[in-house]
Design a protein around this ligand. Structure first.
Ligand SMILES: [Zn+2]
Length: 185
């Protein structure tokens, strides 16, 4: 079976407004053009996979059940705008966490590539043909570690923006639609 191309998306600051440790479905707010961008990627044959670090779980701010509710709401909000996502991968871990079961140096927390590798296996994805889109240095490093092409969103949404080397970043865009237009045929 022919391998598929995917676009991996960060969640906070890429699809939704980055509320600090978002812990309730009511806090979800789609960023402008996020749904349109996802729609255009789907129209161009990309699998759409969300990869998100959720250390709020290890920190004891919310539990996995709550995160699953948040993601159900996110999927339904996007669906209302005609935008389908294929899967969501999250990392609940943190070495300095306080919840014993999540307090570990895992292989999935971005910039490590395990979420990408798991998705590639489960969805038959060719990582070399795939993209990682996010708004942080960690996202860009994770995409690079997974062997994807990296696209940086430099939106108005970054409060704690710090300067980092954009070496290895293929494109810098203002939002997901801007990104999707670059790869639309
Ligand atoms: Zn992890």
């Amino acid at each position: 079976m022919k391998k598929r191309k995917a676009v991996f998306l960060d969640r906070d600051g890429t699809i939704v407004v980055d509320a600090h440790f978002l812990s309730s479905p009511d806090q979800l707010k789609l960023l402008p053009n996020a749904a349109k961008g996802i729609r255009l990627f789907k129209e161009n044959g990309y699998l759409v996979i969300v990869v998100t670090n959720q250390s709020g779980i290890a920190r004891g701010f919310f539990d996995e059940g709550r995160l699953i509710l948040i993601h159900k709401k996110l999927i339904s909000m996007l669906k209302d705008e005609g935008a389908m996502i294929d899967d969501i991968y999250y990392c609940p871990h943190l070495t300095e966490g306080i919840i014993e079961q999540y307090k570990l140096d895992c292989d999935c927390r971005k910039p490590k590539p395990k979420m990408f590798l798991d998705a590639a296996k489960q969805h038959n994805i060719d990582l070399k043909q795939s993209l990682m889109i996010g708004n942080s240095e960690v996202d860009m490093l994770a995409g690079k570690n997974a062997g994807c092409k990296c696209v940086l969103i430099e939106g108005a949404n970054q409060n704690d923006k710090h300067v980092f080397s954009t070496a290895g970043v293929a494109y810098i865009v203002k939002d997901l639609l801007d990104a999707a237009r670059l790869f639309a045929v």
